[in-house]
Design a protein around this ligand. Structure first.
Ligand SMILES: [Zn+2]
Length: 313
């Protein structure tokens, strides 16, 4: 993002924050750690909500600390996952990423794994990344009959980070669309804790539901009913991410029989009303149930805008 566009966006975000509390003027509040920074601070960085390969360039702002703590890592697992799923092979489409190590007669060569046109798996040694002595020795000696190739598909070794990657993307999408009205809810503390600690199981319930088929072209947000309760959700690639509502931390069950199949997608339903960005304070109510209700409303400098979504049968 060019610098002038970045400062214009940050000014807009900061003006929204001021609507919740006048004392917060000129500040940017990081959506994940909730720390405040002056809007011209170098500590504010742009981060991709959804990796490039899917859904285009959807970005948000984060503080540098959060970005380096989880931003790059989770985005990487998520984009790795998307790439692997799309290619339908356990290998990366880009062979440069699928690193492997070959071991034979006590020598070690580093390289990459490739799939040849006839479907054969090929190891391609990389001279620059291998020990030069081993590399030379391997090619000059008679070939060993026993060769071991070791490789690690990083994304499978990081399942927890991948799960949290989807959660982070869902949280980011909601922030992108509903701004601080969404973020300034204490009901989301558990989500923020989970995002900031991807290795630990903090949200110990099933917030990810795999979709049977890819039913959506673009990542989107919406509402979904589980039993009698409504929850904010996001559809990202082949996963449905369920977020807490102010009323309940999570659905009592996510078993398919208890799930309403109906999703209110905000893409058509209310995106036009907000022009893809809701400027708060805003309270969102679906069929009489609060789905968004920011905690800071008592200090707000302007009255909250109530939005009702009454589209359920
Ligand atoms: Zn932060």
């Amino acid at each position: 993002m060019p610098t002038d566009l970045k400062s214009a966006s940050l000014l807009e975000i900061s003006q929204e924050l001021t609507r919740f509390n006048y004392e917060l003027r000129g500040l940017f509040r990081c959506p994940t750690c909730l720390c405040d920074y002056p809007i011209n601070s170098k500590e504010i960085t742009e981060e991709h909500i959804i990796p490039d390969s899917n859904g285009g360039r959807i970005t948000t702002f984060l503080c540098k600390k959060c970005n380096s703590l989880f931003g790059h890592k989770q985005t990487r697992w998520l984009s790795d996952w998307i790439e692997l799923s799309e290619s339908n092979t356990p290998f990366h489409v880009d062979p440069k990423k699928q690193r492997a190590q070959l071991m034979a007669s006590g020598l070690k060569l580093n390289g990459v794994i490739k799939i040849a046109e006839d479907g054969a798996i090929e190891f391609q040694a990389d001279k620059k990344r291998s020990n030069p002595i081993d590399f030379e020795a391997y090619w000059s000696r008679p070939k060993s009959s026993e060769i071991t190739i070791k490789m690690q598909v990083s994304v499978f070794g990081n399942e927890n980070s991948l799960r949290v990657g989807f959660l982070t993307a869902a949280y980011g999408l909601w922030f992108k669309n509903f701004g601080y009205s969404f973020v300034l809810q204490s009901s989301l503390n558990v989500v923020r804790q989970q995002i900031l600690n991807p290795e630990t199981d903090i949200m110990n319930w099933n917030y990810l539901i795999e979709m049977p088929a890819r039913e959506i072209a673009n990542p989107c947000i919406g509402l979904m009913r589980f039993g009698v309760d409504y929850f904010p959700i996001a559809l990202i690639y082949d996963q449905l991410v369920i977020l807490p509502s102010p009323k309940r931390p999570h659905p009592s069950s996510t078993s398919p029989s208890k799930m309403s199949k109906k999703v209110i997608g905000f893409a058509e339903a209310i995106a036009s009303r907000y022009q893809h960005r809701c400027v708060g304070p805003a309270v969102l109510i679906c069929d009489g149930q609060e789905v968004i209700n920011p905690d800071l409303i008592p200090n707000a400098t302007i009255p909250p805008q109530y939005s009702w979504v009454d589209r359920w049968d």
